[in-house]
Design a protein around this ligand. Structure first.
Ligand SMILES: Cc1ncc(COP(=O)(O)O)c(C=O)c1O
Length: 441
């Protein structure tokens, strides 16, 4: 452990934490602290780790590039690893032709928003600047990304400073309004989207997470939902923008989730797992149609007004290139299809526990929703943060957990072995059993 110091931790009530486990090493799926205690990384270090920790090939890619050039900017210059990576990315992402690099997912989404707005200005279409999105989406913590991804629990303090976007309900199978069947409610949500998009010519883009809302509570879209939205956008001249930062690169079982959802975007963002979870890098990809609208004479001022110091960092790009090579070498996507079946076997085991209201799973992502009353579906509440209760109990059981509100997230490194995943899920069952809430059923 290490006493809390000058470091201010993210999304943390610092007064709850006297000290933190100090991670000094990583080995495969294990995080190891300064007291030698090992925990299975049950959230893949915030949903980004692919191969486990200390993977030799990835470390070597970093070392090799570090010896050549550590950072050179993309302003007036380019570098080989970023060029190579862009070629690979447009190959795995059908319909995409160009790559704009940044260094975290929130920035990648800010860029997607800015491209969407400037696109219509460049096309000389006036006042087409509204953003449509889904209730409870999450696209990052910066002002723009919060504006399009409003999760009340995280963002309410900043509401007055966020720009407004048009939000549509998402069919959450656990919380369908009583009078509707799942299918009817989904249809109703889509009808509302279709009506608004066909009427409001000022809508520039529809922005949504691809395949599922993750931070908003692991809401997995019904089959065909995303495809319909993409068609509605195409029909009504609205840009379709997808966020695959948490769901792409195999998290939901496909390399690129939008192909699985049969929906081709105009713009898509990737991040998190792009570097295998080793360095910070994200990317915003666009089709030729979008990119071409930014071309012209310099004096027309059509170029994209955006750039970051570390855009296209060569070390991050090198490790991302190696990461993608490993996906092919170890046939990771086929492996995930098999490993993910293990999650499903635990469905009943979780569901029968006190406080577990719903279990949602796709690919290598599982969300376990905790309720204080299974019939009323009221979310559990706690004086000490639920996250802290679960973190401490998880640690006693040898697993690293980070909950989101009342959702226990199980998001392991993608290449986790079947044995390690079984151990993680067994220990998660024990953790949920042993966490002490006051039962109010
Ligand atoms: C879907 C989605 N978009 C964007 C982000 C923001 O990424 P970052 O934390 O790298 O800024 C996240 C982070 O969890 C995310 O889940």
């Amino acid at each position: 452990m290490r006493e809390s110091s000058s470091v201010w931790h993210p999304n943390t009530q610092m007064s709850e934490w006297k000290d933190f486990p100090e991670i000094v090493r990583g080995n495969g799926v294990y995080l190891i602290d300064n007291e030698g205690k090992k925990m299975i990384d049950g959230v893949s270090s915030m949903w980004c780790n692919v191969w486990g920790h200390s993977k030799k090939e990835l470390i070597n890619a970093i070392i090799t590039q570090t010896k050549k050039i550590q950072h050179s900017p993309m302003f007036n210059l380019t570098n080989e690893p970023s060029e190579k990576l862009a070629k690979k990315l447009v190959k795995i992402a059908p319909g995409m032709n160009h790559v704009f690099y940044s260094d975290n997912g929130s920035s990648a989404m800010e860029i997607a928003i800015k491209i969407s707005i400037q696109y219509w200005i460049n096309k000389k279409i006036k006042n087409k600047n509204k953003i449509a999105t889904l209730v409870n989406g999450y696209h990052g913590d910066t002002i723009g990304s919060m504006s399009v991804g409003y999760v009340p629990e995280f963002f309410s303090k900043f509401k007055s400073q966020l720009f407004s976007s048009i939000r549509f309900s998402v069919p959450n199978t656990y919380r369908i309004p009583r009078k509707y069947s799942e299918k009817e409610y989904e249809q109703k949500c889509l009808e509302k989207i279709e009506k608004k998009l066909s009427e409001d010519e000022k809508i520039a883009a529809f922005i949504m997470e691809s395949g599922a809302q993750v931070a908003g509570g692991v809401i997995i879209y019904p089959t065909g939902f995303q495809e319909r939205i993409s068609k509605i956008c195409k029909k009504n001249g609205v840009l379709f923008v997808l966020d695959e930062i948490a769901t792409g690169f195999g998290r939901l079982g496909s390399m690129v989730e939008y192909t699985n959802q049969k929906s081709i975007p105009d713009i898509v963002s990737f991040g998190k797992m792009m570097t295998g979870g080793y360095l910070t890098m994200a990317a915003t990809l666009t089709s030729n149609k979008i990119y071409d609208a930014f071309l012209g004479e310099f004096n027309e001022r059509k170029h994209l007004f955006h750039g970051h110091t570390y855009t296209g960092n060569p070390i991050a790009a090198s490790v991302a290139n190696k990461n993608l090579e490993l996906y092919e070498k170890y046939k990771l996507i086929s492996k995930i299809k098999k490993t993910s079946e293990i999650f499903q076997k635990y469905y009943d085991e979780f569901m029968k526990l006190d406080f577990v209201g719903d279990v949602r799973h796709k690919g290598m992502l599982m969300g376990i929703e905790l309720v204080s009353n299974k019939k009323k579906k009221s979310p559990v509440t706690s004086k000490t943060s639920i996250n802290k209760l679960f973190f401490e109990e998880g640690r006693r059981n040898g697993i690293y957990l980070r909950t989101l509100g009342n959702i226990v997230m199980i998001v392991p490194p993608l290449a986790i072995s079947e044995n390690d995943l079984t151990a993680l899920l067994d220990r998660a069952v024990d953790t949920i059993k042993n966490v002490k809430f006051k039962k109010s059923m």
